[in-house]
Write a protein that binds this ligand. Structure first.
Ligand code: AMP
Length: 213
């Protein structure tokens, strides 16, 4: 029986650097060097498996709508996307970092309503609602650290890895919202229709993750 074609959406950038070695350990290798190419679609060493390399924030969209059968995305992106349109069968334990609130070093948080800047407006809104804190969420697209310095916001919600970016800008991490790592996501329709192709990939990746522990 011939294999049905299968498309896996990978997040480009920092996550891709960790994803490609893990996929290689699981036996899936692109046919050419992804990082040296401007292409978005790549063949692999498996005739039926293709990789598409797209913005991290677009991965859940491709998988939910079935344009890609499965994907790799950071938990931060999945929390912000906030959909149950796909399964999340495996923590790949790569690109680990923390989603945190941060403020100017030593600054007191205002008692009443606070202003919070983030690119993760959805999850930030939900987080402060769960905390029972009144917050105005301000959407930014980058350089969140600048917001408290310029008086735009009292707090930011951002990804922290080493903490160097916060420190370099006179900020400090405050509360942990969630530990973050990249996850394997599988479309609900794909999981049903292509289970015979997908399950061995989940198993191989899972073994690779376990070997690294
Ligand atoms: P750091 O200075 O090491 O704390 O890195 C913080 C910055 O790097 C953040 O503002 C993020 O934009 C980015 N960053 C670090 N790790 C990750 C990750 N695993 N996924 C996405 N962005 C990250």
């Amino acid at each position: 029986m011939s294999e049905q074609p299968l498309t896996i959406a990978l997040s480009k950038g920092r996550i891709l650097d960790d994803t490609l070695p893990l996929f290689a350990e699981a036996g899936i290798v692109p046919a050419e060097d992804i990082k040296k190419s401007r292409k978005l679609i790549f063949d692999t060493n498996h005739a039926h498996i293709k990789l598409v390399v797209i913005r991290a924030t677009d991965v859940p969209t491709y998988v939910e709508y079935g344009a890609a059968d499965m994907g790799v995305a950071g938990k931060d992106v999945l929390m912000e996307y906030n959909s149950n349109g796909f399964y999340e069968p495996l923590d790949l334990n790569i690109a680990t970092c923390r989603l945190m609130t941060a403020a100017l070093k030593g600054a007191k948080e205002p008692e009443g309503r606070i202003k919070v800047a983030s690119k993760f407006v959805g999850l930030t809104k939900r987080y402060f609602a769960e905390q029972g804190r009144q917050a105005d969420i301000i959407k930014l697209y980058g350089g969140m650290e600048l917001a408290p310095i310029m008086g735009l916001a009292d707090l930011i919600v951002d990804i922290v890895d080493t903490g160097n970016t916060l420190k370099a800008n006179g900020l400090e991490a405050r509360d942990l919202i969630a530990p973050i790592s990249s996850r394997l996501v599988v479309g609900k329709a794909a999981m049903k229709i292509k289970h015979r192709q997908i399950q061995p990939i989940i198993d191989k990746l899972s073994e690779a993750v376990e070997r690294r522990r």
